[in-house]
Design a protein around this ligand. Sequence first.
Ligand code: NAD
Length: 494
Amino acid sequence: MQISTQQIDKIVQQVLSNMQAAGTPAPVSAAVHYGSMAPASMPAVSVNTSVSDNGVFEDVDAAIEAAWTAQRSWACEYKVEDRQRVIEAIRTVSRAHAEEWSRKVVEETQMGRYEDKVEKHLAVINKTPGPECLTTEAKTGDAGLMLEEYAPFGVICAITPTTNPTETIINNTISMIAGGNSVVFNVHPRAKRVSAECLQVLHRAIVDAGGPHNLITMTREPTMDNVERMSKNPKVRLMAGTGGMGMVNALLRSGKKCIGAGAGNPPVIVDETANVELAAQKIYEGASFDNNILCFAEKEAFVVDSNYEGFIYNIQKAGAYLLSPQETEKLVQVCLKRKKDGNGYEVNKDWVGKDAALILSQIGASVPASCRLAVCQVTADHPFVQVEQMMPVFPVVKCASFREAMELALQAEHGNRHTSSIFSQDVTHMTQFARLIETTIYVKNSCTKAGVGIGGEGHCTMTIAGPTGEGITCARSFCRKRRCMLAEGGLRII
Ligand code: NAD
């Protein structure tokens, strides 16, 4: 017996009114797309969700509640083509604001380089995949048809860093809503103004493209207490954090499903077979990109003896300033500070992401504004090697052999398993180092930023989830797999 769309509508309306009579809140509208309809199962909470200023809330519970309502609608009432259209609108509006947001991020955070931030914005805008990466797995056999699909988690709490604030909001928004989720952001306090502006522009673009209100939300004042409340709220199904290891470890302790993108200290090896001119040019470019604040930027080099002098010569030729040993030690006093327990050094945040010329002026060294990187020659135990300093001050260590370079690089990476690279023509060396260092991103003969699609193949992300294993995140990373089984040979054509 054929059943008409009108009859299906009637049945759905009946189910919805039964659910409401039973006290279960129904999806926000009855205009349901049946394929993805899922009954809402969470109790309604009495908070005022009408106080959103284009997605920006004063109260975290209201932000969660509004995002939850939006997610139910997004998952139940919209098609994949709607997701594509809304994401296209986000890309368009972000492209138009890329220069403005880059300038405002530099102004508010006082970190990084405007022109590099524009490049980062364009990379996430153009190369963050949408729902097209949510592929369905199918298996057919005598027992029927099995489908496994990427389904939303629901409401995601996303924590963003100060080093890529708006880039991460754009990137996370595209990836998370492409997967059918909604998002409540807790942004970095040192980038809260530009983050709110960016979120409001994206929010308007979503609504103007026909998407639900409050699909992305945030609180105007980001606090640790908000993160704590999100981790305890049953309507938040996933915590996704991008930042330092303190934050990632706090999320891992929350008891909730968590995607953690933490710190790196990426070493690069230049071995005896490397094209040393290429290595110097690419390392100069990568280590100075956005003044080295990126978690995946080259942070220290281990250069094998026979190529060492050539490397030092060529990196100066590329534009770097070579520090004397005395200048290097003076700079330690500027860029780093002793830890309170007296045990080693930590970064002096005042100098994170500052221009090389400004940092060097603190020790009386005068370089042209065009100089993007200072280089120092140190041993592997030097604090500039061991501390993730995120400044355009790049330590180079001379190594007796490739084996020694690998061992020192492994130690400097501190087990983060984040990013590393090698300049070499020896495939065996490339493989040996990759197996030893086990980083999420491993680049051969280019800048490490090529590993996130900036000057390299593959998609882009600003959330590299090494600790929890999702890697270069995309919409798939923020989805849960669900299986549908149609028995008795259903739908098979052979
Ligand atoms: P951060 O850890 O100071 O702050 C990141 C975010 O976490 C902020 O929103 C902050 O408010 C929040 N936060 C900090 N401690 C927290 C806690 N205990 N509980 C909950 N939230 C907390 O980092 P940052 O200075 O903004 O960024 C730089 C660091 O982030 C570097 O270590 C860098 O390597 C890392 N990072 C990693 C990635 C990645 O994709 N893996 C990307 C960008 C930055």
